[in-house]
Design a protein around this ligand. Structure first.
Ligand SMILES: O=C(O)C(=O)Cc1ccccc1
Length: 368
């Protein structure tokens, strides 16, 4: 029996209205050349520059400009390369994940995750990469919500060992640092070294963006946690390497596309689904049993409150009604949708799930 992939019974959730989106002068990072300090930067950076010594070591203007959800797009497609959007500036870990999945791809930086999703939806790029969980910090909840709000398909996963470096301007010693800038996840993952250094932690949108800020400001008492590639791009020195608390610091990224891939059985596959359950005793137990009874291993289960219908009245007797949150359950299981056991499991789950969507079926990746 073939399983119907369009399993939803709930109305589509409204997507945010995309009025505007743009791509500005996107240049592959590989083409960058170091250059003479002659830079026009954003207002904020200009202000810092006026009060600080100039600290440019590379021409930051040559970097691709991130897509923003509030820009207008107009750019012809002139490349046969796969174009992959990621959140952050060149040198961010999302870019490394894109290059692991598609080594010859053209990477396209985006200001926000939302912009990366919209870039795929509007055919500005072919794919987007999205961090979904880390071995240290757990699930990235906002990105689970984005997966549901948008109609993209998961076509791959990338597991990456993230080795954080402490960066500073050339000539700066780590003892001189008063503050360290980075993405909140990177700051959390390097808690021990930051505590030891006694520095103030400053959150930024992404790790490479932090490197750009310090390079642009020339602030000698500011350090950055970012990749070695960010150090190279922004002309910063690596003061310390592998500074994460946990050696096995793995982040899992998802690759998203407009169309699903045709699942194979030639190599190990995973399938990601999201569903809601009717109220009743043991419903989650029943849902999990559809996998257990077919010997299908689960690799992830995550629950998120359903924001459009957060409360449910389960008892409207005179005594007052009990109210509970409605939950969405996200599950990843180790089977391909090309396998009958996975199709049967979905058909079975559909019998008592009030909503079920297959987010994607894709080849399993390892961090090595
Ligand atoms: O900021 C980045 O570079 C990201 O891609 C997000 C992130 C931050 C820390 C670990 C993994 C991913």
């Amino acid at each position: 029996m073939r399983c119907n992939w369009d399993l939803e019974r709930l109305p589509r959730w409204e997507c945010c209205c995309l009025s505007v989106l743009a791509q500005r002068a996107i240049t592959p990072v590989e083409d960058e050349k170091p250059l003479i300090p002659q830079v026009e930067t954003s207002e904020a950076i200009d202000q810092v520059q006026n009060t600080q010594s100039r600290g440019f070591h590379k021409d930051l203007n040559l970097l691709p400009k991130p897509l923003s959800a509030t820009d207008i797009f107009s750019s012809p497609r002139n490349s046969a390369k796969v174009r992959v959007a990621y959140q952050g500036m060149p040198g961010a870990y999302g870019e490394a994940a894109a290059l692991k999945a598609y080594p010859k791809c053209e990477t396209v930086p985006c200001e926000e995750f939302e912009a990366a999703f919209k870039a795929v939806e509007l055919w500005l790029v072919d794919k987007a990469v999205l961090p979904i969980e880390s071995s240290v910090g757990g699930s990235i909840h906002r990105n689970y919500d984005l997966l549901l709000r948008h109609r993209l398909h998961i076509v791959g996963e990338v597991q990456m060992i993230v080795n954080h470096c402490l960066l500073g301007l050339p000539g700066v010693q780590k003892e001189e640092l008063k503050r360290v800038l980075s993405h909140p996840q990177a700051l959390d993952q390097c808690d021990m070294i930051l505590t030891k250094l006694g520095v103030v932690r400053v959150s930024t949108d992404d790790t490479a963006g932090a490197a750009l800020m310090v390079a642009a400001s020339g602030e000698r008492d500011s350090g950055v946690i970012a990749s070695d590639r960010a150090a190279e791009i922004y002309g910063l020195n690596i003061l310390l390497e592998k500074i994460q608390d946990d050696d096995d610091n793995i982040t899992r990224f998802l690759i998203l596309a407009r169309e699903p891939i045709i699942p194979g059985t030639d190599r190990p596959h995973k399938t990601s689904i999201v569903f809601t359950l009717e109220e009743g005793p043991g419903m989650l137990f029943k849902a999990l049993a559809v996998f257990a009874s077919r010997d299908i291993n689960l690799t992830k289960i995550e629950s998120r409150p359903q924001r459009k219908r957060p409360l449910r009245v389960v008892d409207d007797s005179n005594k007052g009604s009990a109210r509970y949150f409605d939950y969405l359950f996200y599950i990843d299981f180790e089977a391909s949708m090309a396998e009958p056991r996975a199709q049967h499991a979905m058909a079975h789950l559909q019998e008592f799930a009030s909503f079920l969507r297959v987010l994607g079926c894709y080849a399993t990746d390892s961090a090595l």
